[in-house]
Ligand binder design. Structure first.
Ligand code: MTE
Ligand code: MO
Length: 332
């Protein structure tokens, strides 16, 4: 009989999960986690400066996950230099998995985005549910390269894979009362450590006006860089609205609700003076804590200067007419 020395047993195997999680939190609070994460973020920047294009690593798809159908390339964003894969997948905002940029990639490793069901409710012909595999068959997948501008003043260029949200709305059959659409993210305290903390009023909720939702630019993304969405980017399905600040793009969506009234979103609740419903990228309307006139392009290299932020993030031609007559200072 072989007797294992004590050190061969992982603490995660012998310690109840809660205690194990608590310990990790303690390590973080002691500053060790902080040190490690800032070092990681720093090395990513260096890496980005020297690596023009980094493909998604081979063997990236997990065996149990659905593989994505083939997709067509579109002409969107061909002129833009892509943000390296490494940055897109390690510099994230996904508070359900922690509030620092590097935490989501680490803390979402065991997250299970399959099987996955999305429920459709509110102002619809009838409530229904649809599985992620069926969603993938609703419409042909396209690659769309979009700029993404976070309200915090940084931006990326990401090659998303997805389909126009309009296709899913058509399937959902909203009724004539539907003026707005609400997107609700998963809030699973078992899988998402951040949900146990009062960081935001969970679940994460975002919304769009119906015409914004139907705009051909609005994408339901299921992948990036030619592969299925990494967990930290909102697997298996997240919203992408390229002319709005990044927080409009709700991740890991489990529910879509059509409403007559403008939905109250999570960020509006958290800070009504700081976050409005529209959240259109606008270099002329500053956030109380950040200038919106310029942005830092992530992965552009350590010495790259800030670049000018464009009205509607550069998509004014495609979306500007939807806001004719709306005071964009009041409706920020
Ligand atoms: N459910 C959920 N969705 C979310 C967030 C979040 O914390 N939770 N963060 C938002 C913010 S602030 C941004 S900038 C983008 C970041 O997307 P990315 O990590 O894929 O770049 O996701 C948005 N969607
Ligand atoms: Mo953001």
């Amino acid at each position: 009989m072989i007797i294992l020395p004590k050190s061969d047993i992982l603490s995660s195997e012998i310690t109840p999960k809660e205690v194990f999680e608590d310990r990790r939190r303690f390590i973080k609070q002691a500053g060790l986690g902080l040190l490690a994460t800032s070092a990681l973020a720093h090395s990513n920047l260096l890496l980005a400066a020297n690596t023009p294009h980094q493909a998604a690593p081979a063997g990236y798809l997990s065996k149990s996950a659905p593989t994505l159908p083939s997709f067509t390339k579109t002409s969107y964003g061909k002129e833009e230099k892509l943000t390296p894969y490494e940055d897109v997948t390690t510099y994230n905002n996904f508070y359900e998995f922690g509030t620092s940029k590097s935490e989501p990639a680490v803390n979402s490793k065991l997250f299970k985005p399959h099987p996955w069901t999305v429920s459709i409710e509110g102002e619809v012909k009838k409530n229904k549910t649809i599985g992620i595999d069926e969603i993938l068959k609703l419409a042909p997948l396209e690659e769309r390269i979009y700029r993404m501008r976070c309200v915090e003043g940084w931006s990326m260029v990401i090659p998303w894979l997805g389909f126009p949200l309009a296709q899913l709305i058509k399937w959902a059959e909203p009724n004539a009362n539907a003026k707005y659409i609400e997107f609700i993210s998963l809030a699973d305290s078992q899988q998402m450590s951040g949900v146990n903390l009062p960081i935001l009023d969970w679940p994460y909720i975002e919304g769009l006006r119906m015409d914004e939702a139907m705009n051909p630019l609005t994408l339901m993304a299921v992948g990036l860089y030619g592969e299925k969405l990494p967990n930290q980017n909102g697997a298996p399905m997240r919203l992408v609205v390229p002319w709005k600040y990044g927080f409009k793009g709700a991740k890991s969506i489990v529910k879509i609700r059509f409403t007559e009234k403008m939905p109250m979103t999570t960020w509006m609740k958290a800070g009504p003076r700081e976050y409005g419903f529209y959240a259109n990228v606008n270099p002329q309307v500053d956030h109380p804590r950040w200038t919106q006139s310029s942005e830092k392009r992530i992965g552009a290299g350590l010495f790259a200067g800030r670049i000018k932020t464009q009205m509607f993030n550069g998509y004014a031609e495609q979306v500007g007419q939807m806001y004719a007559g709306l005071d964009l200072r009041k409706n920020f």
